[in-house]
Design a protein around this ligand. Sequence first.
Ligand SMILES: NC(=O)c1ccc[n+]([C@@H]2O[C@H](COP(=O)([O-])OP(=O)(O)OC[C@H]3O[C@@H](n4cnc5c(N)ncnc54)[C@H](OP(=O)(O)O)[C@@H]3O)[C@@H](O)[C@H]2O)c1
Length: 336
Amino acid sequence: MMKMTMKAIVTTKYGSPDVLQLQELKKPVPKEDEVLIKIHASTVTAGDCEMRRFDMPAFLWLPLRLYFGAFKPRIKVLGQELTGEIEAVGKSVTKFNVGDAIFAPTQMALGGHAEYICLPEKYAIALKPQNMSFEEAATLPTGGLNAQHFIRKGNVKKGDRVLINGAGGCIGTYAVQIAKSMGAEVTAVDSGGKLKMLSGLGADHVIDYTKQDFGQLVAAQSIEPFDVIIDIVGKGSFARCVKALAPDGTYVMGNPRISGIIKGWAIGLNTWQKVVAAIAPYKVEDLNRLKELAEKGEIKAVIDKVYPLEHMADAHRYVETGAKAGNVVITIKSEQ
Ligand SMILES: NC(=O)c1ccc[n+]([C@@H]2O[C@H](COP(=O)([O-])OP(=O)(O)OC[C@H]3O[C@@H](n4cnc5c(N)ncnc54)[C@H](OP(=O)(O)O)[C@@H]3O)[C@@H](O)[C@H]2O)c1
């Protein structure tokens, strides 16, 4: 008999990885316009850990706290992205068939850390790249969509000198590859242990941020200023990034703070430089563009570790060490 429940990792309260519990939840049933996805793989991102701890930028803290649950998590299952197979479709669904292998972000409803999820067919859902495994394709939505958006906001062109700060993580590894596929000269900045991997992805230059400051290297004229700086981590000083820019360069803040948005607006009024706060919209055409890039061999997944769903707390602990290179993938083996 078909099981009416599913395994899921539930965030019981905000806090350390110990708050994550394996529970049996009701298996979702698709509404008319929804698809039921049997999830094969998901990931644990820095964003999942931030949501679990509820560690949010000041200007987003209140609206996000109201959305995620004021006193305890209302959105109980994390997991921002997934791959899997369509198991059932609602009556009015026309774009997908049972058995289609797909990849998708879960968007604000989350829910990737479970055996099943229902998503409306109009959400950003696309057929999985044929040359990627489920584990590999699970890394594409968050990293790939954000990387693609940041590069678009930077208006990266062939020959541009592009610096990617925080290049060794889930967004950065795709940003390096997409910028290279567009013919940019890429400088990747991250900690020393990730630089060999970044050179392997095609980065022309690498900088270990624990040893050298790219702002000081530009100020000392040891390296040329950059046409585009994509700052994924947003931990360094705003002024350092702006000073390392060419006179008409663009600084893309992937992790914007309110102070940076205000300073960026003032810079845009007084110089030819542009400062952009980027928050990626999730669109099906962008997923299809990632599928195309993957199938052409221009981007590949960087997977550091793979954990089964049942070992979710260990996966969170590992991501929080900061040692993660690229992505941490979760595999979900269904008993049904
Ligand atoms: N704007 C948006 O729409 C959006 C969307 C998704 C995520 N985000 C945010 O973007 C941030 C990064 O996401 P991610 O998933 O790519 O994170 P990630 O996978 O953890 O990667 C971040 C990388 O940055 C490196 N790093 C840390 N401090 C650094 C510094 N001072 N200078 C240079 N590199 C540094 C880390 O390496 P070490 O730990 O070895 O130093 C790591 O390799 C998160 O805070 C996330 O919430 C924004």
